[in-house]
Design a protein. Structure first.
Lengths: 139, 492, 121
């Protein structure tokens, strides 16, 4: 599957795909996109990298354990950030005082930006781990 | 005091967050301790929810910052509080029991996953019970299905994979039907909040009769699959019999109860009695429930595998709950909710004692359980107490259910339904009593058995004993509990 | 009747699709086909929700420039719900496929009828 042509083209393409996935995540609150779509593109990047450059070269940089820890940390942070907002909602109070910024800037609309990035990380790692699951066949 | 309203949401949040801490912790002991501590905290929180509800009768917690028809809310009344406390209590006891022996039954590296799945499962079940938003409850149902599948497949034997596959396929069918039902309701009313749907539906019945009937059928069958309503129960015996012991106790004790509570809310709080009395749905549920009571017991009677027998007994007992719903009067519904309580405690007790028989003797056949009462007297005593409750010995919760169910059936006006309750009880006697009698008595059975030779240490039996004590308390204190549940019944 | 069919052809199509997926999931013995049936069924429900939410002639609910009044935009709720629904369907599918691999490793087949014992109970 990894002919030189594919390897060369993917080598050119991957950096752009990485940047594109981050763009989707970071601009999710301003334009179509967001955590899930950005995370799926990022996950596709990881899978492509692994398939083309081989599991060994790729696995040295991102071991499954390390990725899992990253994604669990993101989930934890998400739970705490969104959880405090939910809890504040029960009490009819405002959550953490995050400045809203001017609409249209990247740093605006409060919690949405960090939550998008966290969701992106979780989704990317989940997609990647599912793909490796099929390669190795462990549940 | 608004602060207490937080506890319902906080219990779910804590469970979800701790579930994802566990996979990165190295030592098994630490994982066990964290899990037990979390379960204890959640149990206390849900007890606080019950106290809160007892004080104000009913409250609504707004999740997010939008109010009822548009945002998601938790509507918590006596029914939700009682069922929530039951779920937390049973899972606490099961986790306590599992902390002694789960690593013997599943692979060492899966133990952390087991606790993660139990936390996710309890969180999603509490979500199903508490939420008043239909789509939200669908998402929680899917989470609970996947977590429950994981709890069965965690043992990795061929029959577990087979049972999980069966369960996953049928559950997906059920989820699809439920989601389609939600879509119908949404297209008719434009709301997802249960109260808002109810109010809109009362006005717009005319012209929508067929759509209402179709969506009602979809909800009944979809949730009926998940709750093992009789003809749709075929996944249950395989799944519950092949899962590891503590998993079976959770699956049979509480996992099949959450869809029942949701079905209750959908039938009587979303559609309401005005719509139901013009359809045949309640009669169908009554027939399915009655058939389940008889057929489940008959199937249990012919099993040779002890765990399969107890699993089939679950089918019969779910029949009682659907029977109560099908009667459709206030007493029937009250007793159905009470039976959720009674069966949840009793069946988890039975499954845990059966799994300790299997663990200590290595045998699964009923015939090999002769004389077990001399080797493991305390465990068999707990099993007997559970069996007696199922059969309906006075003052145990099973008796309270049957007695009141009989009264509700008389109230309904069909005396022959009493015969079904009676026949089902007699069938229960015919498969629980032989085990108890052959376990304790008969010289041929007791020959060569050494007293207390296979008994577990008493400290490992504490959760089982607590469960059975709770069961007796629920039986003796049935009066106030029934009154409290009845106070929350939607007016007919 | 005909006018009802003509005006609701989207909903009728999705319900037919739902039936196709449902029967494939229920009656086919091949596990992979069952999973395909599951996906058809889920997709049909997503389509159904989205057709409920769409009103002809209105814009996507993104305020670009000036706000044009409530009647100018379609309701965003069904679309948002279905985004969640898609995530749920993806995770169910992934779990089912992983389970199928395990199934194949244990039994050497992905045909359910070869493995399931056809006892009546």
């Amino acid at each position: 599957m990894t002919t030189p042509i594919i390897r060369r083209i993917v080598g050119w393409l991957l950096p752009f795909l990485w940047i594109f996935s981050f763009y989707i995540m970071l601009f999710g609150h301003l334009s179509p996109g967001g955590g899930f779509s950005g995370g799926s593109v990022l996950g596709a990047c990881l899978i492509l990298d692994r398939h083309v450059n081989g599991a060994n070269a790729f696995g040295a940089r991102f071991t499954g354990e390390r990725l899992l820890k990253l994604s669990l940390a993101a989930l934890l942070l998400y739970g705490i950030l969104k959880g405090q907002s939910f809890l504040a909602g029960v009490l009819h109070m405002n959550g953490l005082p995050i400045p809203l910024g001017t609409p249209g800037n990247i740093l605006s609309s409060g919690l949405i930006l960090p939550l998008n990035v966290l969701v992106g990380i979780v989704v990317a790692v989940a997609f990647y781990l599912i793909a490796t699951l099929f390669e190795e066949g462990h549940l | 005091m608004q602060g207490l309203h937080l506890t319902s949401l906080l219990s779910i949040l804590i469970l979800m967050i701790t579930a994802f801490i566990m996979p990165v912790i190295k030592q098994r002991q630490l994982v066990t301790k964290i899990s037990l501590a979390t379960m204890g905290v959640v149990l206390v929180m849900l007890a606080l929810v019950a106290v809160d509800v007892a004080r104000v009768e009913h409250y609504t917690a707004t999740i997010g910052h939008y109010d009822a028809p548009f945002g998601i809310t938790f509507d918590i009344g006596p029914i939700e509080a009682v069922v929530g406390v039951l779920f937390a209590f049973v899972s606490t006891m099961v986790v306590w029991y599992a902390s002694f022996g789960i690593h013997k039954e599943i692979k060492e590296n899966r133990v952390k996953l087991f606790y993660t799945l139990i936390h996710l499962l309890l969180a999603s079940l509490l979500g199903i019970v508490f939420t008043s938003d239909l789509f939200n409850s669908f998402v929680f149902i899917e989470v609970s299905t996947l977590a429950a599948c994981g709890l069965i497949a965690i043992k990795d034997k061929p029959e577990n994979i087979k049972a999980t596959m069966k369960y996953l396929i049928l559950s997906s069918l059920g989820s699809g039907l439920v989601l389609m039902g939600i879509a119908y309701l949404y297209s008719m009313t434009g709301h997802l909040n249960m109260r808002a749907i109810h109010e809109t539906l009362q006005v717009s019945v005319a012209g929508n009769e067929r759509a209402i009937l179709v969506s009602l059928t979809m909800f009944t069958i979809g949730l009926g699959i998940k709750a093992a309503m009789f003809p749709l129960h075929i996944w249950l015996p395989d799944a519950h019999a092949s899962a590891p012991g503590p998993s079976s106790a959770i699956l049979s004790g509480i996992v099949i109860k959450a869809p029942v509570v949701l079905l209750f809310k959908v039938l009587f709080m979303v559609y309401g009695h005005e719509i139901l009395k013009d359809t045949v749905i309640l009669n169908l549920i009554l027939i399915f429930g009655a058939t389940g009571m008889i057929m489940g017991s008959l199937f249990a009677r012919v099993q040779t595998d002890l765990k399969r027998m107890v699993a089939y007994s679950s089918v019969a007992q779910m029949g009682y709950i659907f029977f109560g719903f099908g009667l459709g009067n206030a007493m029937g519904m009250t007793i159905a909710i009470y039976h959720i309580l009674a069966h949840g405690l009793t069946k988890s007790c039975l499954f845990l004692s059966v799994s300790s028989f299997i663990e200590q003797t290595g045998q699964r056949d009923i015939d090999n359980m002769r004389g077990i009462g001399r080797e493991m007297p305390i465990t068999l005593a707990i099993f007997s107490l559970g069996g007696l409750s199922m059969v309906g010995i006075p003052m145990l919760p099973g008796f309270v259910s049957k007695w009141n169910l009989a009264l509700a059936a008389i109230d309904y006006g069909q005396i022959f339904l009493l015969l079904i309750i009676l026949a089902s009880s007699l069938l229960n006697v015919s498969y629980y009593f032989p085990i108890i009698i052959n376990g304790y008595f008969g010289n041929a059975n007791l020959e060569g058995k050494i007293y207390k030779s296979k008994m577990k240490p008493v400290r490992e039996l504490v959760p089982l004993i607590l469960l059975s004590i709770m069961m007796v308390i629920v039986g003796f204190g049935s009066g106030p509990i029934l009154d409290w549940i009845a106070s929350a019944m939607p007016s007919l | 009747m005909i006018s009802f069919l003509a005006s609701h052809y989207f909903q009728i199509g999705t319900v037919i699709l739902f039936g196709v997926g449902f029967m494939t999931l229920l009656l086919n013995n091949n596990l992979i086909r069952k999973i395909i049936g599951l996906n058809i069924m889920d997709t049909s429900i997503f389509l159904f929700f989205i057709t409920i939410g769409y009103t002809g002639g209105r814009e996507a609910p993104i305020i670009n420039g000036a706000f044009k009044g409530i009647d100018a935009y379609v309701t965003p709720i069904p679309t948002g719900l279905m985004l969640t629904g898609i995530v749920v369907a993806v995770s169910t599918t992934a779990f089912a496929l992983a389970l199928t691999i395990l199934f194949y490793e244990r039994f050497g087949t992905i045909d359910l009828s070869e493995v399931m014992d056809s006892r009546g109970d």
